[in-house]
Design a protein around this ligand. Structure first.
Ligand SMILES: C[C@H](O)CC(=O)SCCNC(=O)CCNC(=O)[C@H](O)C(C)(C)COP(=O)(O)OP(=O)(O)OC[C@H]1O[C@@H](n2cnc3c(N)ncnc32)[C@H](O)[C@@H]1OP(=O)(O)O
Length: 756
């Protein structure tokens, strides 16, 4: 993270007597402490000067402000940057100096006014914006609450319900809506923005327009009883949607304080609460994710070469199955003309049908109009041969995982596509060198690994071989950004980054079940930890066929650390293949509601016998008293509560143990991925885990979370389990070394063996 000593404001006084204060802190004019001090000084100067009658605040280069400087959070949290005294910014600068000034001020907003940026604007006596401006308080997505008076002023400007929606969902509004809501007073063209604001400020001065201090507005606030009901509902929703998160409730408390006890009390409550949430693990984790996400497109040795992405005007996709149709949907939604090739008319129509259905579901959800659907769909052309491939700039192959089929396709592509065309494969497992073996085009062969459903999931793994040219990667990074994916660039290996981490995740869960832990207890513990679903519910969702196929890849490539089990193949043989067959680890009703199935025990017992393992009292939930050694039984019987039930309690693995036994092997594998140079930086694995696996972002990603527990602790637990349960848990060399040094897992490596 950078230093907070940056940025400034400048002030120019016009002949009209209006002082124009401009915030300058590229790239988004964030409010560093320096900017805030300078803003205060500019204001004080403007207030002192007799030739200044009114003030306009704006941001340089078409951006008002992206809010408080996020790069300063690390320093403030770690004590490296001195905290301003409580209330200095929110009360002294924003409320007293700006809002309480005896000269009127107007915010001229172009581009964005987010977080602290909007809070400064709300303290002005009016706001004028351009039609493309975006305004919002997205602090909650960083684990924070608004800290410069936003919890008090926004409800007073737009009403409580809308303010709660904007804050709790971190959802900005566009200028037009902001105008309707009363957050913006007028909309002006960009070249007239500042002049309109100047005139508005003079109009306020001369009482031709109202002089409004937002903090004391009451007309938009609901009556107290109604407000309390709205807040009560918001609390219920917040608890339901994010049971592990406290800061949304803290935000609601600050809003309530202002409504019940008045805005000054609300401001002070906000000041205290902001300090508290700033120091929270949630905030540190979410800030890590913010920077990690922006860091994925900075690839050393690739994006620092000064290459300019070539324009991709047309894309061809091979295969209209689930993946191919999802990828086609993502591309046409971002206005790329797409050719979809299939092997026969029937498959082609089915593929086009899937794309239509994907779009239709957006219409149903109100995210798209029927008219937009028609326009978007007109970008898709179905074909059965390669003739129209002669002018495409990129091809994405998304056929089944069959090596010889893919080799044939790539040989054909080399013949039909122009020489500059990028040849991408959506394979999730097969070596790209093998796929391109029958071509001479290795420098333009690349992996574009999407996640299902491809038009929804935010991650794109860009897989490069040693021969893939940097230009091709830069091009694909650009396409990824345009189709709103977060791309991570990884090296070529079985499973790349995400599936490499997924394997131990599901294998650890099966190991635990064979040792006696309950399937549903595992899913509950993992969901409570924050995953969208547990490992068994997930296997049901992806289907046992896929789980077995990818499992085989892992067992073949990494036999020494694979936990081999027949549980899933055995269930599949019995026609239990997951949600699609209505039966897997759960049974499903017509509405796809999952219920536990006692029958599962039968399969677990069989697979336990095949694996040659026994129930381990340390992990078992269902051990009965009769199974205990006599001396322990005796001791327990002497206890007044000694019965099967209490024994079950004693033997039960805690949720914490389950989480660690399932996720520490994932951390271990992530360490290998990093040590092998498959991922270039730990933060890319944080993003891979959050966006590819559903790892809770408020835990900061897999490596960040690992570091929060410490390499020594993870190492010692893995050693303990590897003694009991074998190689599967054995810590890798990287983890062992980091633990020995007491070093963090994420810190840059001294000598990465980059495979890239
Ligand atoms: C007390 C207050 O209430 C607390 C606060 O204000 S907390 C801050 C609230 N503000 C936010 O949450 C906004 C966060 N920023 C964003 O959402 C987006 O960056 C944006 C909408 C402003 C711009 O998006 P986009 O144009 O896609 O560019 P994006 O790549 O995200 O950002 C451009 C650069 O600005 C940086 N940046 C963005 N917002 C920043 C901020 N508030 N502080 C410091 N740097 C910021 C990014 O890190 C990135 O840096 P890089 O080029 O070195 O990677």
């Amino acid at each position: 993270m950078g230093s907070s000593t940056k940025g400034r404001t400048i002030m120019e006084v016009g002949a009209d007597g209006v002082a124009l204060i401009t915030i300058i802190n590229p790239p988004v004019n964030s409010l560093s402490l320096d900017v805030l001090h300078s803003l205060k000084e500019s204001y004080e100067q403007a207030l002192r000067r007799d030739d200044v009658k009114a003030i306009v605040i704006t941001g340089s280069r078409g951006k008002f402000s992206g809010g408080f400087d996020i790069t300063a959070f690390g320093g403030l949290q770690g004590g490296k940057i001195e905290q301003p005294k409580p209330g200095y910014i929110s009360i002294e600068i924003i409320s007293e100096t700006l809002e309480g000034a005896r000269k009127p001020s107007v915010a001229a907003i172009d581009g964005l006014a987010l977080g602290g940026g909007l809070e400064v604007a709300m303290a002005c006596h009016a706001r004028i914006s351009t039609s493309t401006a975006q305004l919002g308080l997205p602090e909650l997505q960083l684990g924070l609450i608004p800290g410069f008076g936003g919890t008090q002023r926004l409800p007073r400007l737009v009403g409580l319900s809308k303010a709660l929606e904007m804050m709790l969902l971190s959802k900005p509004v566009k200028a037009e809506e902001a105008h309707t809501l009363g957050l913006v007073d007028a909309i002006a063209p960009p070249d007239e923005l500042v002049n309109t604001a100047r005139q508005w400020a003079l109009d306020i001065l001369e009482r031709r327009r109202p002089w409004v201090a937002s903090l004391y507005k009451t007309d938009k606030l609901e009556p107290l009883g109604e407000a309390r009901e709205i807040l009560k509902f918001a609390r219920i929703q917040a608890r339901k949607q994010a049971p592990n998160l406290r800061h949304p409730l803290v935000c609601i408390d600050a809003i309530e304080e202002g409504i019940v006890s008045g805005p000054r009390a609300g401001l002070w409550k906000e000041v205290e609460a902001f300090q508290e949430v700033l120091q929270s693990d949630t905030c540190k984790s979410l800030v890590n994710i913010f920077f990690a996400q922006r860091g994925t497109s900075k690839v050393p040795g690739i994006t620092d070469l000064g290459l300019v992405p070539r324009r991709v005007k047309k894309v061809a996709i091979l295969g209209g199955g689930l993946m191919g149709s999802g990828i086609a949907t993502a591309l046409i939604l971002s206005n790329y003309p797409v050719i979809l090739k299939e092997v026969n008319e029937k498959f082609l129509q089915a593929g086009i049908g899937r794309v239509k259905a994907n779009l239709q579901s957006r219409v149903k959800k109100g995210k798209m109009t029927q008219e937009k659907l028609e326009r978007t769909l007109s970008l898709l052309n179905g074909v059965l041969d390669y003739e129209s491939f002669r002018d495409v700039d990129m091809v994405i192959e998304a056929v089944i995982e069959n090596i010889s089929l893919k080799q044939q396709i790539f040989a054909d592509l080399e013949k039909f596509c122009p020489p500059h065309c990028i040849l991408a494969s959506n394979t999730s497992t097969i070596d790209l060198n093998l796929i391109g073996e029958r071509t001479k085009s290795h420098e333009r062969i690349v992996g574009a690994h999407f996640f299902s459903p491809a038009h929804v999931m935010p991650l794109l793994e860009i897989v490069r071989t040693q021969k893939t040219s940097p230009q091709v990667i830069v091009d694909l990074l650009d396409v990824g950004k345009k189709i709103k994916k977060t791309p991570i660039v990884v090296g070529n290996c079985t499973g790349f980054a995400v599936n490499r981490m997924f394997f131990p995740y599901s294998q650890a869960a099966i190991l635990l079940v064979e040792r006696g832990t309950d399937v549903y207890q595992i899913d509950r513990a993992i969901t409570k930890f924050g995953m969208p679903m547990g490992p068994f519910r997930m296997v049901d969702l992806v289907g046992f066929g896929v789980a077995i196929a990818t499992g085989i890849q892992f067992v073949e490539n990494f036999p020494e650390r694979s936990y081999k089990s027949m549980l899933i193949p055995m269930m599949q043989e019995d026609q239990r293949a997951g949600e699609a067959t209505r039966k897997g680890f759960y049974v499903y009703d017509n509405k796809r509601k999952a219920s536990p199935d006692p029958e599962i025990k039968k399969y677990v017992e069989k697979s336990r016998i095949i694996s040659g393992v026994t129930v381990d009292p340390k992990v078992s939930l269902s051990l009965s008293l009769s199974q205990l050694p006599t001396h322990i039984k005796g001791k327990l019987r002497s206890h007044v509560f000694a019965n099967d039930c209490i024994w079950t309690q004693l033997m039960k693995l805690s949720d914490k143990d389950i989480v660690e036994m399932i996720f520490f092997p994932v951390v271990n594998e992530a360490c290998r991925v990093l040590a092998e140079g498959i991922a270039v930086k730990a933060s890319d694995l944080d993003i891979a885990a959050v966006m590819g696996m559903g790892f809770p972002p408020y835990r900061g990603g897999i490596m960040f979370w690992g570091d929060s527990l410490g390499s020594k602790y993870i190492y010692s637990r893995l050693v303990e389990w590897s003694k009991m349960y074998g190689e599967f848990f054995k810590p890798c060399a990287y983890l062992t070394e980091r633990a020995a040094k007491g070093a963090s897992l994420s810190a840059a490596m001294e000598q990465a063996k980059s495979r890239l």
